[in-house]
Design a protein around this ligand. Sequence first.
Ligand code: NAP
Length: 454
Amino acid sequence: MPIQTINPYNNQLLKQYDELTQEQLDAKLQIAHNAYRFWKQSDIKIRKDLLLKVASLFRERKQELAKLITIEMGKLIAQSESEVEMVASVYEYYAKNAAEFLKDRPMEIEDGKAFVRLSPIGIILGVEPWNYPFNQVARLAAPNIMAGNVVAIKHASNVPQCAEMIENIFREAGAPHGVYTNLFLSGKRISKLGEDSRIAGMSLTGSEAAGSSLGESAGRNLKKSVLELGGSDAFIVLDDADIDLAVEKAYLGRFANMGQACTSAKRFIVMDAVADEFLSKLQQKIANLKVGDPLDPETQVGPLSTQDAVDKLHQQVQETVAAGATILAGGKPIDREGAFYELTILADIKPGMVAYHQELFGPVASFYRVRTEKEAVELANDTNFGLGGVVFSQDVDRAVNVASQMETGMVFINENLASRPDLPFGGVKRSGYGRELSPLGIEEFVNKKLIRIA
Ligand code: NAP
Protein backbone atom coordinates (compact mmCIF):
# COMPACT_ATOMS: atom_id res chain seq x y z
CA MET A 1 0.00 0.00 0.00
CA PRO A 2 1.43 3.46 -0.86
CA ILE A 3 2.43 5.82 1.93
CA GLN A 4 0.06 8.80 1.80
CA THR A 5 0.26 12.31 3.11
CA ILE A 6 -3.13 13.85 3.80
CA ASN A 7 -3.68 17.42 4.99
CA PRO A 8 -5.82 17.04 8.16
CA TYR A 9 -7.18 20.58 7.73
CA ASN A 10 -9.31 19.43 4.79
CA ASN A 11 -8.54 15.68 4.52
CA GLN A 12 -7.15 16.20 1.00
CA LEU A 13 -4.51 13.81 -0.31
CA LEU A 14 -1.30 15.78 -0.89
CA LYS A 15 1.11 13.18 -2.23
CA GLN A 16 1.91 9.49 -2.11
CA TYR A 17 5.08 7.45 -2.04
CA ASP A 18 5.84 3.82 -2.74
CA GLU A 19 7.15 1.64 0.06
CA LEU A 20 10.64 0.25 -0.44
CA THR A 21 10.83 -3.19 -1.97
CA GLN A 22 12.91 -5.77 -0.10
CA GLU A 23 15.75 -5.29 -2.63
CA GLN A 24 15.71 -1.51 -2.27
CA LEU A 25 15.72 -1.81 1.52
CA ASP A 26 18.63 -4.19 1.42
CA ALA A 27 20.61 -1.88 -0.88
CA LYS A 28 20.00 1.11 1.38
CA LEU A 29 21.13 -0.80 4.47
CA GLN A 30 24.26 -1.91 2.63
CA ILE A 31 25.10 1.69 1.76
CA ALA A 32 24.54 2.66 5.40
CA HIS A 33 26.70 -0.22 6.57
CA ASN A 34 29.51 0.82 4.20
CA ALA A 35 29.17 4.40 5.38
CA TYR A 36 29.53 3.26 9.00
CA ARG A 37 32.90 1.65 8.23
CA PHE A 38 34.46 5.01 7.46
CA TRP A 39 32.20 7.29 9.50
CA LYS A 40 33.22 5.57 12.75
CA GLN A 41 36.80 6.60 12.02
CA SER A 42 36.01 10.11 10.83
CA ASP A 43 37.40 13.10 12.66
CA ILE A 44 34.87 14.49 15.10
CA LYS A 45 35.45 17.92 13.53
CA ILE A 46 33.93 16.61 10.27
CA ARG A 47 30.87 15.36 12.13
CA LYS A 48 30.58 18.67 13.93
CA ASP A 49 30.74 20.68 10.70
CA LEU A 50 28.07 18.46 9.16
CA LEU A 51 25.63 18.97 12.02
CA LEU A 52 26.28 22.71 12.18
CA LYS A 53 25.46 22.89 8.48
CA VAL A 54 22.29 20.84 9.03
CA ALA A 55 21.30 23.23 11.84
CA SER A 56 21.91 26.27 9.67
CA LEU A 57 19.80 24.81 6.85
CA PHE A 58 16.95 24.24 9.30
CA ARG A 59 17.21 27.86 10.42
CA GLU A 60 17.48 29.28 6.89
CA ARG A 61 14.49 27.32 5.68
CA LYS A 62 12.34 27.74 8.77
CA GLN A 63 9.21 29.02 6.99
CA GLU A 64 9.22 26.31 4.34
CA LEU A 65 9.89 23.52 6.84
CA ALA A 66 7.29 24.80 9.29
CA LYS A 67 4.71 24.86 6.52
CA LEU A 68 5.51 21.25 5.69
CA ILE A 69 4.88 20.20 9.31
CA THR A 70 1.59 22.10 9.34
CA ILE A 71 0.18 20.70 6.11
CA GLU A 72 1.18 17.13 6.97
CA MET A 73 0.06 16.87 10.61
CA GLY A 74 -1.90 20.04 11.34
CA LYS A 75 0.27 21.85 13.92
CA LEU A 76 -0.44 25.59 14.28
CA ILE A 77 2.12 27.41 12.15
CA ALA A 78 3.73 29.35 15.03
CA GLN A 79 4.28 26.07 16.90
CA SER A 80 5.74 24.49 13.74
CA GLU A 81 8.19 27.38 13.51
CA SER A 82 9.19 26.86 17.14
CA GLU A 83 9.75 23.19 16.40
CA VAL A 84 12.12 24.02 13.54
CA GLU A 85 14.11 26.32 15.82
CA MET A 86 14.27 23.62 18.47
CA VAL A 87 15.55 21.15 15.90
CA ALA A 88 18.36 23.49 14.89
CA SER A 89 19.30 23.87 18.54
CA VAL A 90 19.41 20.07 19.05
CA TYR A 91 21.84 19.64 16.12
CA GLU A 92 23.94 22.56 17.39
CA TYR A 93 23.97 21.27 20.95
CA TYR A 94 25.46 17.92 19.98
CA ALA A 95 27.76 19.47 17.37
CA LYS A 96 29.25 21.73 20.04
CA ASN A 97 29.28 19.39 23.04
CA ALA A 98 29.74 15.85 21.74
CA ALA A 99 33.53 15.90 21.85
CA GLU A 100 33.35 16.67 25.55
CA PHE A 101 30.63 14.05 26.19
CA LEU A 102 32.66 11.39 24.36
CA LYS A 103 35.97 12.03 26.13
CA ASP A 104 37.76 9.04 27.60
CA ARG A 105 36.72 8.42 31.20
CA PRO A 106 39.69 7.52 33.41
CA MET A 107 38.89 4.99 36.17
CA GLU A 108 40.16 5.46 39.69
CA ILE A 109 41.78 2.11 40.48
CA GLU A 110 44.45 0.85 42.86
CA ASP A 111 46.98 -0.37 40.34
CA GLY A 112 47.85 0.40 36.72
CA LYS A 113 45.61 2.47 34.53
CA ALA A 114 42.18 1.99 33.04
CA PHE A 115 39.76 4.12 31.16
CA VAL A 116 36.42 3.81 29.38
CA ARG A 117 36.24 4.89 25.77
CA LEU A 118 32.87 5.49 24.11
CA SER A 119 32.95 3.91 20.66
CA PRO A 120 30.28 3.73 17.97
CA ILE A 121 28.50 0.45 17.23
CA GLY A 122 26.92 0.66 13.75
CA ILE A 123 23.61 1.46 12.11
CA ILE A 124 20.99 2.70 14.55
CA LEU A 125 17.42 2.18 13.39
CA GLY A 126 15.05 4.93 14.52
CA VAL A 127 11.29 4.50 14.31
CA GLU A 128 9.69 7.90 14.77
CA PRO A 129 6.22 9.40 15.31
CA TRP A 130 4.54 12.26 13.46
CA ASN A 131 3.78 14.60 16.38
CA TYR A 132 7.10 16.52 16.17
CA PRO A 133 8.20 15.25 12.76
CA PHE A 134 11.56 17.02 12.64
CA ASN A 135 12.36 17.14 16.34
CA GLN A 136 11.81 13.46 17.13
CA VAL A 137 14.30 12.54 14.42
CA ALA A 138 16.88 15.14 15.51
CA ARG A 139 16.95 13.71 19.03
CA LEU A 140 18.17 10.39 17.70
CA ALA A 141 20.16 11.48 14.67
CA ALA A 142 22.23 14.26 16.25
CA PRO A 143 23.88 12.33 19.13
CA ASN A 144 24.38 9.18 17.10
CA ILE A 145 25.94 10.83 14.07
CA MET A 146 28.29 12.71 16.42
CA ALA A 147 29.15 9.43 18.18
CA GLY A 148 30.23 7.88 14.86
CA ASN A 149 27.13 5.77 14.31
CA VAL A 150 24.97 6.13 11.20
CA VAL A 151 21.18 6.30 11.34
CA ALA A 152 18.37 4.76 9.31
CA ILE A 153 15.01 6.35 10.03
CA LYS A 154 11.59 4.83 9.49
CA HIS A 155 9.30 7.79 9.97
CA ALA A 156 5.55 7.72 10.61
CA SER A 157 3.59 7.00 7.45
CA ASN A 158 1.55 10.23 7.61
CA VAL A 159 4.58 12.57 7.38
CA PRO A 160 6.53 11.28 4.37
CA GLN A 161 7.32 14.74 3.03
CA CYS A 162 9.00 15.69 6.31
CA ALA A 163 10.82 12.33 6.27
CA GLU A 164 12.13 12.92 2.75
CA MET A 165 13.05 16.52 3.57
CA ILE A 166 15.35 15.52 6.44
CA GLU A 167 17.32 13.19 4.18
CA ASN A 168 17.55 15.97 1.55
CA ILE A 169 18.84 18.42 4.15
CA PHE A 170 21.56 15.98 5.22
CA ARG A 171 22.57 15.54 1.57
CA GLU A 172 22.62 19.28 1.00
CA ALA A 173 24.74 19.69 4.12
CA GLY A 174 27.28 17.31 2.60
CA ALA A 175 26.56 14.11 4.52
CA PRO A 176 28.23 11.13 2.86
CA HIS A 177 25.72 8.70 1.37
CA GLY A 178 24.46 6.34 4.08
CA VAL A 179 25.20 8.48 7.13
CA TYR A 180 21.53 9.47 7.24
CA THR A 181 19.05 7.18 5.46
CA ASN A 182 15.29 7.55 5.14
CA LEU A 183 13.36 4.28 4.87
CA PHE A 184 9.85 4.37 3.45
CA LEU A 185 8.45 1.30 5.18
CA SER A 186 5.25 0.42 6.98
CA GLY A 187 5.38 -0.19 10.73
CA LYS A 188 4.68 -3.89 10.44
CA ARG A 189 7.90 -4.53 8.48
CA ILE A 190 10.07 -3.08 11.22
CA SER A 191 10.32 -5.91 13.69
CA LYS A 192 11.88 -8.13 10.96
CA LEU A 193 14.73 -5.63 10.75
CA GLY A 194 15.96 -6.74 14.15
CA GLU A 195 17.25 -9.86 12.45
CA ASP A 196 19.53 -7.87 10.13
CA SER A 197 23.08 -8.14 11.44
CA ARG A 198 23.97 -4.71 10.00
CA ILE A 199 21.60 -3.02 12.44
CA ALA A 200 23.28 -2.56 15.81
CA GLY A 201 20.66 -0.70 17.82
CA MET A 202 16.95 0.06 17.67
CA SER A 203 15.02 3.01 19.01
CA LEU A 204 11.30 3.75 18.82
CA THR A 205 9.22 6.70 19.86
CA GLY A 206 5.53 5.95 19.66
CA SER A 207 2.76 3.87 21.17
CA GLU A 208 3.06 1.01 23.65
CA ALA A 209 2.00 -1.50 20.99
CA ALA A 210 4.67 -0.44 18.50
CA GLY A 211 7.23 -0.17 21.31
CA SER A 212 6.64 -3.66 22.61
CA SER A 213 6.85 -5.06 19.07
CA LEU A 214 10.19 -3.34 18.46
CA GLY A 215 11.49 -4.15 21.95
CA GLU A 216 10.59 -7.81 21.44
CA SER A 217 12.46 -7.91 18.15
CA ALA A 218 15.49 -6.19 19.68
CA GLY A 219 15.47 -8.58 22.64
CA ARG A 220 15.10 -11.66 20.48
CA ASN A 221 18.04 -10.52 18.41
CA LEU A 222 20.09 -9.36 21.42
CA LYS A 223 20.22 -5.73 20.42
CA LYS A 224 20.22 -2.65 22.56
CA SER A 225 16.97 -0.68 22.36
CA VAL A 226 15.55 2.58 23.60
CA LEU A 227 11.80 3.09 23.87
CA GLU A 228 10.10 6.46 24.30
CA LEU A 229 6.42 5.60 24.59
CA GLY A 230 3.17 7.12 25.69
CA GLY A 231 2.33 8.98 28.84
CA SER A 232 -0.55 10.15 30.97
CA ASP A 233 1.24 12.91 32.80
CA ALA A 234 -0.19 14.36 35.98
CA PHE A 235 -0.42 18.12 36.43
CA ILE A 236 -0.66 18.57 40.20
CA VAL A 237 -1.90 21.86 41.61
CA LEU A 238 -1.27 22.17 45.36
CA ASP A 239 -3.41 24.45 47.50
CA ASP A 240 -0.74 27.18 47.70
CA ALA A 241 -0.17 27.37 43.93
CA ASP A 242 -0.33 30.57 41.89
CA ILE A 243 -3.60 29.69 40.16
CA ASP A 244 -3.36 32.17 37.30
CA LEU A 245 0.06 30.79 36.42
CA ALA A 246 -1.19 27.21 36.76
CA VAL A 247 -4.18 27.89 34.48
CA GLU A 248 -2.01 29.56 31.84
CA LYS A 249 0.36 26.58 31.88
CA ALA A 250 -2.50 24.07 32.01
CA TYR A 251 -3.92 25.54 28.83
CA LEU A 252 -0.60 25.27 26.99
CA GLY A 253 0.36 22.00 28.64
CA ARG A 254 -2.79 20.23 27.54
CA PHE A 255 -3.78 21.96 24.31
CA ALA A 256 -0.52 22.93 22.56
CA ASN A 257 0.02 20.71 19.51
CA MET A 258 -3.69 19.89 19.97
CA GLY A 259 -2.76 17.76 22.96
CA GLN A 260 -0.73 15.37 20.85
CA ALA A 261 2.49 15.21 22.85
CA CYS A 262 3.65 12.27 24.91
CA THR A 263 4.35 14.73 27.72
CA SER A 264 1.19 16.81 27.39
CA ALA A 265 -0.37 17.37 30.78
CA LYS A 266 -3.21 14.87 30.65
CA ARG A 267 -4.54 14.47 34.19
CA PHE A 268 -5.20 17.64 36.20
CA ILE A 269 -5.07 16.74 39.87
CA VAL A 270 -6.11 19.79 41.85
CA MET A 271 -6.46 20.25 45.62
CA ASP A 272 -9.97 21.00 46.79
CA ALA A 273 -9.21 24.47 48.19
CA VAL A 274 -8.28 25.82 44.74
CA ALA A 275 -10.14 23.39 42.46
CA ASP A 276 -13.20 25.57 41.69
CA GLU A 277 -11.09 28.61 40.86
CA PHE A 278 -8.71 26.55 38.69
CA LEU A 279 -11.54 24.86 36.84
CA SER A 280 -13.61 27.95 36.12
CA LYS A 281 -10.56 29.86 34.90
CA LEU A 282 -9.53 26.97 32.64
CA GLN A 283 -13.07 26.77 31.23
CA GLN A 284 -13.01 30.50 30.50
CA LYS A 285 -9.62 30.18 28.88
CA ILE A 286 -10.79 27.61 26.33
CA ALA A 287 -14.11 29.26 25.48
CA ASN A 288 -14.48 31.15 22.19
CA LEU A 289 -11.15 30.29 20.61
CA LYS A 290 -10.69 30.74 16.87
CA VAL A 291 -10.95 27.45 15.01
CA GLY A 292 -9.51 27.27 11.52
CA ASP A 293 -6.63 26.84 9.14
CA PRO A 294 -3.42 26.02 11.05
CA LEU A 295 -1.48 28.00 8.43
CA ASP A 296 -3.34 31.15 9.51
CA PRO A 297 -1.39 32.75 12.39
CA GLU A 298 -4.69 33.92 13.96
CA THR A 299 -5.97 30.35 14.39
CA GLN A 300 -5.99 29.03 17.96
CA VAL A 301 -7.58 25.60 17.42
CA GLY A 302 -6.32 23.56 14.48
CA PRO A 303 -6.96 19.99 13.39
CA LEU A 304 -5.60 16.80 14.92
CA SER A 305 -3.12 14.80 12.85
CA THR A 306 -5.62 12.54 11.08
CA GLN A 307 -9.30 11.68 10.94
CA ASP A 308 -8.43 8.34 12.58
CA ALA A 309 -6.98 10.22 15.54
CA VAL A 310 -10.27 12.13 15.94
CA ASP A 311 -12.31 8.93 15.72
CA LYS A 312 -10.16 7.12 18.30
CA LEU A 313 -10.22 10.05 20.72
CA HIS A 314 -13.98 10.47 20.42
CA GLN A 315 -14.54 6.80 21.09
CA GLN A 316 -12.42 7.06 24.27
CA VAL A 317 -14.43 10.11 25.39
CA GLN A 318 -17.76 8.45 24.63
CA GLU A 319 -16.84 5.27 26.48
CA THR A 320 -15.69 7.28 29.51
CA VAL A 321 -18.90 9.32 29.55
CA ALA A 322 -21.05 6.21 29.10
CA ALA A 323 -19.36 4.82 32.23
CA GLY A 324 -20.43 7.88 34.27
CA ALA A 325 -17.92 10.68 33.69
CA THR A 326 -19.10 14.27 33.11
CA ILE A 327 -18.25 16.59 30.23
CA LEU A 328 -17.43 20.11 31.48
CA ALA A 329 -16.44 21.47 28.05
CA GLY A 330 -16.39 20.23 24.46
CA GLY A 331 -16.69 16.48 24.06
CA LYS A 332 -17.17 15.92 20.33
CA PRO A 333 -15.71 16.44 16.86
CA ILE A 334 -16.17 19.98 15.48
CA ASP A 335 -18.81 20.04 12.78
CA ARG A 336 -16.70 21.13 9.81
CA GLU A 337 -14.44 19.64 7.15
CA GLY A 338 -11.13 18.28 8.49
CA ALA A 339 -9.89 16.41 11.55
CA PHE A 340 -11.12 18.83 14.23
CA TYR A 341 -12.06 18.08 17.84
CA GLU A 342 -13.39 20.43 20.53
CA LEU A 343 -11.15 21.37 23.43
CA THR A 344 -12.63 19.16 26.11
CA ILE A 345 -12.63 18.81 29.90
CA LEU A 346 -13.84 15.61 31.56
CA ALA A 347 -14.57 15.22 35.29
CA ASP A 348 -15.90 12.53 37.66
CA ILE A 349 -13.51 9.98 36.15
CA LYS A 350 -13.20 6.82 38.25
CA PRO A 351 -10.94 3.74 38.17
CA GLY A 352 -12.17 1.33 35.51
CA MET A 353 -13.10 4.09 33.06
CA VAL A 354 -11.19 4.42 29.79
CA ALA A 355 -9.88 7.93 30.52
CA TYR A 356 -8.59 6.80 33.92
CA HIS A 357 -6.27 4.21 32.41
CA GLN A 358 -5.59 5.07 28.77
CA GLU A 359 -3.60 7.89 27.22
CA LEU A 360 -5.89 10.46 25.55
CA PHE A 361 -3.79 11.69 22.63
CA GLY A 362 -5.68 14.86 21.81
CA PRO A 363 -7.24 17.98 23.36
CA VAL A 364 -9.04 16.30 26.28
CA ALA A 365 -8.19 17.25 29.85
CA SER A 366 -9.11 14.87 32.68
CA PHE A 367 -9.94 16.81 35.83
CA TYR A 368 -9.60 15.29 39.32
CA ARG A 369 -10.26 16.94 42.69
CA VAL A 370 -8.28 15.70 45.72
CA ARG A 371 -8.31 16.57 49.43
CA THR A 372 -4.69 16.02 50.37
CA GLU A 373 -1.18 16.06 48.93
CA LYS A 374 -0.92 12.34 49.69
CA GLU A 375 -4.06 11.66 47.67
CA ALA A 376 -2.63 13.70 44.80
CA VAL A 377 0.54 11.60 44.73
CA GLU A 378 -1.37 8.32 44.96
CA LEU A 379 -3.64 9.30 42.08
CA ALA A 380 -0.71 10.56 40.00
CA ASN A 381 1.05 7.21 40.45
CA ASP A 382 -2.04 5.09 39.81
CA THR A 383 -1.21 4.57 36.14
CA ASN A 384 0.87 2.19 34.09
CA PHE A 385 2.65 5.15 32.50
CA GLY A 386 5.64 6.94 33.97
CA LEU A 387 6.82 9.59 31.57
CA GLY A 388 6.59 13.05 33.15
CA GLY A 389 4.59 15.27 35.44
CA VAL A 390 4.40 18.79 36.79
CA VAL A 391 3.74 20.26 40.23
CA PHE A 392 2.54 23.77 40.99
CA SER A 393 3.18 25.23 44.43
CA GLN A 394 4.69 28.45 45.74
CA ASP A 395 6.65 26.39 48.25
CA VAL A 396 9.43 24.85 46.19
CA ASP A 397 10.56 22.41 48.91
CA ARG A 398 7.03 21.10 49.18
CA ALA A 399 6.82 20.72 45.39
CA VAL A 400 10.18 18.91 45.28
CA ASN A 401 8.94 16.55 47.99
CA VAL A 402 5.88 15.73 45.87
CA ALA A 403 8.05 15.40 42.75
CA SER A 404 10.34 12.93 44.48
CA GLN A 405 7.36 10.65 45.19
CA MET A 406 6.15 10.61 41.58
CA GLU A 407 6.97 7.46 39.61
CA THR A 408 8.06 9.17 36.40
CA GLY A 409 11.22 9.87 34.44
CA MET A 410 10.80 13.65 34.65
CA VAL A 411 9.03 16.20 36.85
CA PHE A 412 8.97 19.96 36.26
CA ILE A 413 7.99 22.43 38.96
CA ASN A 414 5.98 25.58 38.26
CA GLU A 415 6.43 25.19 34.52
CA ASN A 416 5.35 22.81 31.82
CA LEU A 417 7.41 19.84 30.92
CA ALA A 418 9.40 20.74 27.85
CA SER A 419 12.02 18.97 25.84
CA ARG A 420 15.33 20.85 25.76
CA PRO A 421 18.61 19.73 24.23
CA ASP A 422 20.44 19.95 27.55
CA LEU A 423 17.97 18.00 29.72
CA PRO A 424 17.52 14.22 29.65
CA PHE A 425 14.19 12.99 28.34
CA GLY A 426 12.56 9.60 28.94
CA GLY A 427 10.31 7.55 31.15
CA VAL A 428 9.81 4.53 33.36
CA LYS A 429 7.04 1.89 33.64
CA ARG A 430 5.10 1.47 30.37
CA SER A 431 6.43 4.80 29.08
CA GLY A 432 9.60 2.99 28.06
CA TYR A 433 13.27 3.02 28.95
CA GLY A 434 16.45 4.82 28.02
CA ARG A 435 17.04 8.53 27.63
CA GLU A 436 17.30 10.99 24.76
CA LEU A 437 18.94 14.43 24.75
CA SER A 438 21.58 15.81 27.16
CA PRO A 439 24.89 13.97 27.74
CA LEU A 440 22.82 10.84 28.56
CA GLY A 441 21.35 10.71 25.05
CA ILE A 442 24.70 10.13 23.38
CA GLU A 443 25.51 7.19 25.68
CA GLU A 444 22.65 4.91 24.65
CA PHE A 445 24.13 3.42 21.50
CA VAL A 446 27.86 3.39 22.18
CA ASN A 447 30.18 0.68 23.34
CA LYS A 448 31.49 1.77 26.74
CA LYS A 449 34.73 -0.02 26.14
CA LEU A 450 37.14 -0.63 28.98
CA ILE A 451 40.81 -0.25 28.13
CA ARG A 452 43.14 -1.47 30.88
CA ILE A 453 46.88 -0.88 30.93
CA ALA A 454 48.95 -3.08 33.24
P1 NAP B 1 2.58 4.62 16.66
O1 NAP B 1 1.40 4.16 15.94
O2 NAP B 1 3.23 3.73 17.62
O3 NAP B 1 3.61 5.13 15.57
C1 NAP B 1 4.92 5.53 15.89
C2 NAP B 1 5.87 4.90 14.89
O4 NAP B 1 5.89 3.49 15.07
C3 NAP B 1 5.47 5.14 13.45
O5 NAP B 1 6.63 5.33 12.68
C4 NAP B 1 4.76 3.84 13.09
O6 NAP B 1 4.76 3.56 11.71
C5 NAP B 1 5.62 2.85 13.83
N1 NAP B 1 4.96 1.57 14.07
C6 NAP B 1 3.64 1.29 14.15
N2 NAP B 1 3.45 -0.02 14.42
C7 NAP B 1 4.67 -0.57 14.52
C8 NAP B 1 5.15 -1.88 14.81
N3 NAP B 1 4.31 -2.89 15.04
N4 NAP B 1 6.47 -2.08 14.86
C9 NAP B 1 7.34 -1.08 14.65
N5 NAP B 1 6.95 0.18 14.35
C10 NAP B 1 5.64 0.43 14.31
O7 NAP B 1 2.30 5.93 17.48
P2 NAP B 1 1.25 7.05 17.22
O8 NAP B 1 0.00 6.65 17.89
O9 NAP B 1 1.21 7.47 15.81
O10 NAP B 1 2.00 8.22 18.03
C11 NAP B 1 1.63 8.63 19.24
C12 NAP B 1 2.25 7.83 20.38
O11 NAP B 1 3.62 8.11 20.49
C13 NAP B 1 1.63 8.24 21.68
O12 NAP B 1 1.43 7.14 22.51
C14 NAP B 1 2.68 9.15 22.27
O13 NAP B 1 2.60 9.32 23.64
C15 NAP B 1 3.93 8.50 21.82
N6 NAP B 1 5.05 9.42 21.85
C16 NAP B 1 6.03 9.24 22.77
C17 NAP B 1 7.09 10.13 22.87
C18 NAP B 1 8.18 9.99 23.88
O14 NAP B 1 9.22 10.61 23.72
N7 NAP B 1 8.01 9.21 24.93
C19 NAP B 1 7.14 11.20 21.99
C20 NAP B 1 6.12 11.35 21.06
C21 NAP B 1 5.09 10.44 20.99
P3 NAP B 1 3.45 3.80 10.82
O15 NAP B 1 3.17 5.26 10.87
O16 NAP B 1 3.88 3.33 9.49
O17 NAP B 1 2.36 2.99 11.43
